[in-house]
Design a protein around this ligand. Structure first.
Ligand SMILES: [Zn+2]
Length: 473
């Protein structure tokens, strides 16, 4: 009897202490111990890798509106169900359909040669004869703007700036306006074509694509990218002082918009089920490669983080919703459709995570939360101590897909993926499974799973954020 009574007391004490909030944190001991078991399981789990392998092998490239895009939507629905996510569904999204076609670039003089090239996303094509003109080299948009009136009229503008390698993507952020706005700016000054040095850190002879946006008031002109080694070669020709004539040819074109979809799956919450922690990643990819690092890796990290949390013996307090967005790359169509929901539905999104920066590893925890919740973020960072993460600032910008929700004041937690080598591969033919580091992907999945779990369990309220920063990419 006495033994039974003391056992009962022991059980009661341990039950109470496991569920009591630790006075030093906003999380219960049970939540923190579940976080540890999530971390350990994720670090020995192969599911993220298998998802990347499956999406890149069975679906492959999936640019908006393509057959690959449709196959990816079916793949995501099927895989979410197989992984045990609940409420799996699609949200229809109309997407533009741009056809890359074939592109050619030749130096006509002073030293005839051809260079591997790729059209920028959204570029118009040339006539079937192509176009030929003398080229004018400028470093970037500021240098173009500084040229005298008429300096590029009837010419091809070549943008020479080389992007800088950084861990956090800021090098890309500084360089990418040449791609996104350069052709429009050159057209407004009378240029007839644009060639850019790839917004890439790779020394491979593989050009890098990505979206360009024309100015509505200026003509649209063909725009191509060349690799870093070819850009170097072209600049040596310019340095020789003789006129450089280029010939561009491209069969890029547009077709009417078509249907695609956001694919959504959940781990339902319990006492705070009405509040949503959203996990965003884009399902589409560019087409020269198979989108392994951009963004099958992000897709896999988010799907598997949700799966691992769903398999815990205790259910999350808030609902965890994975949204695989349609067409991030060519106009964020899925994200725009998602934020077109009624305001009361949008208001339910209390915390956001986005994975769109490769396979990792995660090296830092950044946030953009209401200052009232900074102590909770510090506690999450401490609970993630085995990952040895740097503690970033409270200026996280998130990615393009959650930008709409972030602008409405939704807080963000950002386990930052290490992007040091990301732009060696991103948007190029080299974006293949071989470039994904299996160990890094496991660590990233673990870091996301733990931070998402704790975000969903937080004992306080995730209050709205007042200041809003534009996304990095
Ligand atoms: Zn991406």
């Amino acid at each position: 009897m006495r033994t039974f009574k003391s056992l009962l007391i022991t059980l009661l004490v341990s039950f109470t202490s496991a569920n009591a909030a630790d006075p030093s944190t906003s999380f219960t001991r049970a939540d923190l111990s579940a976080a540890n078991s999530l971390r350990e399981r994720a670090l020995s789990d192969a599911t993220s890798w298998q998802l990347v392998e499956s999406l890149t092998t069975e679906v492959g490239a999936r640019p908006a509106g393509s057959a690959g895009d449709r196959a990816a939507v079916a793949w995501a629905e099927r895989e979410m169900r197989r992984l045990g996510l609940a409420n799996v569904r699609t949200q229809e999204v109309m997407v533009p359909q741009w056809i890359r076609g074939e592109a050619e670039l030749s130096v006509i003089s002073p030293a005839p040669q051809s260079m591997p090239t790729i059209a920028l996303g959204g570029s118009i094509g040339t006539t079937s004869e192509g176009l030929e003109a003398e080229a004018v080299m400028v470093k970037d948009i500021a240098a173009l703007t500084a040229l005298p009136e008429g300096a590029v009229k009837g010419r091809i503008v070549y943008f020479s700036n080389r992007m800088e390698r950084t861990r956090d993507g800021t090098g890309y952020g500084r360089a990418v306006p040449v791609r996104s706005q350069g052709p429009g700016e050159a057209a407004a000054k009378g240029a007839i074509g644009v060639v850019i040095r790839s917004i890439s850190t790779s020394n491979q002879r593989l050009p890098h694509t990505g979206t360009t946006r024309y100015k509505p008031e200026a003509p649209r002109i063909p725009a191509l990218a060349i690799s870093n080694p070819d850009a170097d070669a072209l600049e040596r020709l310019f340095a020789g002082g003789k006129p450089v004539r280029l010939r561009m040819k491209s069969t890029s074109r547009e077709l009417p918009d078509v249907r695609s979809a956001n694919v959504i799956g959940e781990v339902p919450g319990t006492d705070k089920a009405a509040e949503i922690v959203i996990l965003g990643a884009h399902l589409d990819s560019w087409d020269p490669g198979v989108g392994a690092i951009d963004n099958a890796s992000g897709v896999a990290i988010m799907m598997n983080a949700a799966r691992l949390i769903g398999q815990l013996p205790v259910k999350p307090r808030r609902t965890i919703r994975v949204v695989l967005f349609a067409n991030e790359e060519f106009g964020t169509s899925g994200s725009k459709a998602y934020v077109a929901q009624p305001q009361d539905q949008l208001d339910r999104h209390v915390l956001g995570f986005e994975a769109d920066f490769g396979a990792g590893p995660v090296w830092r925890l950044t946030s953009r939360v209401n200052p009232e919740q900074l102590p909770a973020v510090d506690q999450i960072h401490r609970a993630m101590k085995p990952f040895k993460l740097a503690r970033g600032d409270n200026e996280a910008r998130g990615g393009a897909d959650l930008d709409g929700l972030a602008k409405l004041g939704m807080p963000l937690l950002s386990p930052d993926l290490d992007g040091t080598d990301y732009f060696d591969v991103h948007h190029s033919a080299n974006d293949t499974l071989l470039m994904v580091d299996a160990r890094a992907l496991q660590q990233s999945t673990a870091a996301f799973a733990v931070s998402v779990w704790l975000g969903a369990q937080y004992g306080g309220d995730w209050e709205r954020v007042a200041t809003v920063k534009p996304p990095r990419r």
